[in-house]
Design a protein around this ligand. Structure first.
Ligand code: HEM
Length: 411
C-alpha cells in the first residue's frame, strides 16, 4: 500500500495579514487595520497567499513611501501584491508600473485627455447620458444598482473616451473585471482563462487602432496615442498593457464610488438628508464618498535598496502594500473617520487617488462623473433606498460591490 505524504503543517494565520480576501468579502477589514494603525501603521507579514510583505497602513508613512519613487519602485514588482509568474504570465507593460523616465513620457501622452478644458468639454455629454439613464430607471421597483447604474455609467464613459463601438461597450466591463480581480490569478487555470480574455481585448483594440492609423487626429485616447511620440511606437504588449490600465483604472474605480453613493448614504441617512437639502455640497460629497469607499485598497511598491522606514529595516526586494483603504480612515487626519460626513472640511485630503508621480491621472474625470450623478439625482428629487446587504468583491485590490438591491423613491 502506498504511503500517504505527510500533510503540510498548517500555517498560522497572521491576524494582521490584511491581504486575506474574506476580510473584504465580509467587510471585516476595519478592526485589523485599526490595530495596525494603533501600532504605528507599519507591519511585516511573513506568510500570506502573496508571500511576505510589509503593510503601510497609516497616512503619513504612506505619503512618505509614495514620495520616494526612486527608492520604492512601481516597476520592480508591479502594482499589486500578486507577483508576476515567469512562464505563466505575459508581460504587459503599463505606465502605472513604470519608473522614471519611461513613466513620465507615457503619462504625458494620455494626460491631455484629462485636462480641465477636456473635462469641461466632456461635462455636457456626461450630464446628458446620466440624465437619460436616470429618467429610464423605474421608481418604486427593485433593481440592482451596480449593474443598472454604476456599471452602465462608468462603461459609457469609457466607450466615449476610447470612441469604442457603443453596442459592444459591455465588453469593456467584462475585460476590466478579468483584468482587475486579484483573486482570478490564484490558480493556473484562472490565469490561463484571464490571458485568453485579455488577448481578446488586445485583438479588438488592435482593430480599432488600425482603423485610426493614418487618419486625422480625433479627441479620443486611441487617436491621442497614435499621434504621440512616446506611445506611437509601442509594441503590442505595451499597447495592451496601457489599454488595460485605462480600462481598469476608469471602470471599477468609478463604478464602486457610484455604488458607495447609494450604499454609503443609505447607511448615514442624516448625511443624505443634508445633501438633499443642499445639492451645492455635491463636489465635497464626491470627495468624501471616494475617501470612505477607497475603490482601490492598495498599490504595491518594491524597495530597490536596503533602507529604514520609521524604524523598520526594509531590505532591497521587499514588497510593500500601501493600504489607501486604511490611510483614509486614519483618525489623526480624519475625525470620526469611519463615518460619512458630506461637508467634511478636509475630505479632499484623501489618498484614494494615491500621491506623488503616479497620482491618478483620471481623478478629475472620476470626480466629474460622480458629482454629476449626485446633481442629476437631486434635480429629479430621487433617493436610493437600499433593499438588502450588498454582495461585495472578495479581494484586496479592487474594493467594491458586485450587487446592491435598491428601490428609488422621490422626496
Ligand atoms: C492611477 C485610483 C479613476 C486612470 C491610479 C492610482 C490610484 C487610482 C490609487 C495609483 C496612484 C499611485 O500609485 O500613487 C483611482 C480612483 C478612481 C480612479 C479611486 C475613481 C474614483 C480613474 C479614471 C481613469 C484612471 C476615471 C481613466 C479613465 C488611471 C491611470 C493611472 C491611475 C492611467 C496611472 C497613473 C500613473 O501611473 O501615472 N488611480 N482612479 N483612474 N489611474 Fe486612477
Amino acid at each position: 500500500m502506498a504511503t500517504l505524504a505527510p500533510e503540510a503543517p498548517a500555517r498560522a494565520v497572521d491576524p494582521l495579514d490584511v491581504s486575506r480576501a474574506e476580510l473584504y468579502r465580509d467587510d471585516s477589514w476595519h478592526a485589523p487595520f485599526a490595530e495596525l494603525r494603533a501600532k504605528g501603521g507599519i507591519h511585516y507579514t511573513e506568510h500570506s497567499d502573496f508571500g511576505a510583505y510589509w503593510s503601510v497602513a497609516s497616512y503619513k508613512p504612506l505619503v512618505e513611501v509614495e514620495s520616494l519613487p526612486e527608492l520604492y519602485s512601481s516597476h520592480a514588482g508591479g502594482i499589486t501584491l500578486a507577483d508576476f509568474q515567469e512562464g505563466v504570465d505575459v508581460k504587459m507593460p503599463m505606465f502605472i508600473a513604470m519608473d522614471r523616465p519611461k513613466h513620465t513620457g507615457q503619462r504625458r501622452t494620455v494626460a491631455p485627455a484629462f485636462t480641465p478644458s477636456e473635462i469641461a468639454r466632456l461635462n455636457a455629454t456626461v450630464r446628458q447620458r446620466t440624465g437619460e439613464l436616470l429618467d429610464a430607471m423605474p421608481v418604486g421597483e427593485s433593481f440592482d444598482w451596480v449593474d443598472k447604474v454604476s456599471i452602465e455609467l462608468s462603461t459609457q464613459m469609457l466607450a466615449i473616451l476610447f470612441d469604442f463601438p457603443w453596442e459592444d461597450r459591455r465588453k469593456l466591463t467584462f475585460w476590466s473585471d478579468w483584468a482587475g480581480d486579484i483573486e482570478r490569478i490564484k490558480t493556473p487555470e484562472l490565469r490561463q482563462q484571464r490571458l485568453v480574455h485579455l488577448f481578446e481585448c488586445a485583438s479588438y483594440f488592435t482593430d480599432l487602432w488600425n482603423a485610426k492609423v493614418g487618419k486625422e487626429k480625433t479627441p479620443d485616447l486611441i487617436s491621442m496615442m497614435i499621434h504621440s511620440d512616446a506611445m506611437a511606437e509601442m509594441r503590442q504588449h505595451e499597447y495592451l498593457g496601457n489599454l488595460i490600465l485605462l480600462i481598469v483604472g476608469g471602470n471599477d474605480t468609478t463604478r464602486n464610488s457610484m455604488s458607495a453613493y447609494a450604499w454609503g448614504l443609505d447607511q448615514f441617512p442624516d448625511e443624505r438628508a443634508k445633501l438633499e437639502a443642499d445639492p451645492g455640497l455635491a463636489a465635497n460629497a464626491t470627495q468624501e464618498l471616494i475617501r470612505w469607499q477607497t475603490p482601490l485598497s492598495h498599490m504595491r511598491r518594491t524597495a530597490k535598496a536596503d533602507t529604514e522606514l520609521r524604524g523598520h529595516k526594509i531590505r532591497a526586494g521587499d514588497k510593500l502594500a500601501l493600504w489607501y483603504v486604511s490611510a483614509n480612515r486614519d483618525e489623526s487626519v480624519f475625525e470620526d473617520a469611519d463615518s460619512i460626513c458630506v461637508d467634511r472640511s478636509n475630505a479632499r485630503r484623501h489618498l484614494a487617488f494615491g500621491h506623488g508621480i503616479h497620482r491618478c491621472v483620471g481623478a478629475r474625470l472620476a470626480e466629474l462623473q460622480i458629482s454629476i450623478l449626485i446633481e442629476e439625482m437631486a434635480k429629479r428629487r430621487l433617493r436610493v433606498n437600499v433593499q438588502g446587504a450588498p454582495e461585495r468583491i472578495a479581494g484586496c485590490f479592487v474594493h467594491g460591490y458586485r450587487r446592491l438591491p435598491v428601490e428609488l423613491s422621490r422626496y
